[in-house]
Design a protein around this ligand. Structure first.
Ligand code: PMP
Length: 391
């Protein structure tokens, strides 16, 4: 039998052991954990909608109409009016002809990639793509070629050498670096080499582009450039689930073939109702996005002035690069002693030697929340004095 205890001990020695923090009460910047109040800079609730009263009301009002459980998969008897209406709303929001509602982003990526590529096909995947994309690629049994992060030239060379069906997949906003994929260039090479482009915009939907339509719209692109858009609903949208949007033929194909859509219980329909309310709000409410961007801009200026090394990201994902696993943990603990929650991210989530603190901002943060973070970072700056960051 495998030595599970030994492997766990090894993880601890390497500073790679993962723990879960238990929180009480709703998700918001001021969290309660173990009876202690902490100011969080690590959730993906970018617009502060996870605890939005109007969306909570929409959920409560929907429950008597829809009941609670999804009760069956979509293809048996679980597909509810509320799911259908959300799909139509997601299609109109993203400027696409149709959409399909999945239970999680992880399942959407696994299901979509493995349905659209198979044995004998080739998938080209950005080296920094999310774990769920990597797993979708493995599940597909297609040949997988990883291209250097954001390197369209290298991707183009790889595409030119490959025959057969080709699929290119990328995050829209990279979850650990916060930078945005060069979608215009990716769309061009995909067009020229007859490859299907799939973009997972988990961190762009709601945050970037006009009316929060995401990183594809932000770069002036549409369904003609990026035929397959995947978005998640548990981040800026503040509820739960995910969707894929594209042509009706593609959605029809996915209903037939995406195993993570077919063989799972439909989401509680009331969640779909609350999600629709949240999308309505996202479309209208530019103020949240403007406030969020102002926080990001100020953080970048002032954290750089303190001598911290940031990534070239303009999004609410603002990693502070550290390098070594133990130093990342030490900085995270020092911030926690000052009442701030900022998680250390270590390999394998990020490459070896690139441990970091992943700071994320939410429209629910105030300028005085940011004052507290910057003050604590100023006090902890000496912890990184000896650090040589590998990137
Ligand atoms: N894609 C990306 C880029 C992500 O960051 C995540 C979640 N962290 C997912 C997909 C998975 O989404 P979900 O949490 O809805 O499963």
């Amino acid at each position: 039998m495998r030595d599970f205890e030994g492997e766990l001990a090894q993880r601890k020695t390497a500073g790679l052991y993962r723990t879960r923090r238990q929180i009480s009460g709703p998700q918001r910047p001021a969290l309660t954990s173990d009876g202690r109040s902490l100011l969080s800079f690590c959730s993906n609730d970018y617009l502060g909608l996870a605890n939005n009263p109007a969306n909570i009301d929409a959920l409560r009002d929907a429950l008597p109409e829809t009941g609670l459980g999804g009760a069956a998969s979509h293809l048996i008897c679980g597909h509810h009016d509320a799911h259908h209406e959300l799909e139509q709303r997601l299609a109109s929001f993203t400027g696409r002809s149709s959409a399909l509602f999945f239970s999680t982003g992880y399942m959407a990526n696994m299901g979509v990639i493995s349905a659209l590529a198979g044995r004998g096909d080739t998938i080209f995947s950005d080296r920094l793509n999310h774990a769920s994309i990597i797993d979708g690629c493995i599940l597909s049994r297609a040949r997988v070629r990883r291209y250097p992060h954001g390197d369209v030239g290298e991707l183009e060379a790889m595409l030119a050498q490959t025959s057969g069906h080709k699929l290119v997949v990328t995050d829209g906003v990279f979850s650990m670096d916060g930078d945005v994929a060069p979608l215009k260039e990716l769309a061009r090479v995909c067009r020229e080499h007859d490859a299907l482009l799939v973009v997972d915009d988990a961190h762009g939907i709601g945050v970037l582009g006009p009316e929060g339509r995401g990183s594809i719209a932000a770069q002036g692109l549409s369904e003609a450039d990026v035929p397959v858009l995947i978005g998640t609903l548990g981040k800026a949208v503040g509820t739960s689930g995910a969707f894929v949007a594209g042509s009706p033929v593609l959605m029809d194909y996915l209903v037939q073939k995406a195993r993570t859509y077919i063989y799972t219980t439909a989401m509680p329909p009331a969640i779909a109702v609350a999600t629709r309310a949240s999308i309505d709000l996202i479309e209208k409410d530019d103020e949240r996005r403007q406030h969020l961007q102002a926080l990001v801009d100020r953080f970048r200026t002032e954290a750089c002035a303190l001598g911290y090394q940031l990534m070239p990201s303009q999004t609410p994902i603002q990693p502070i690069m550290v390098g070594d696993n133990w130093t990342a943990l030490e900085l995270s603990h020092a911030l926690e002693e000052r009442g701030l929650l900022v998680t250390a991210i270590r390999p394998p989530t990020v490459p070896e030697g690139e441990a970091r603190l992943r700071v994320t901002f939410s429209a629910a943060h105030s300028q005085s929340d940011l004052d507290r973070l910057l003050q604590a970072l100023a006090e902890c700056r000496h912890l990184l004095a000896k650090q040589d960051v590998a990137v």
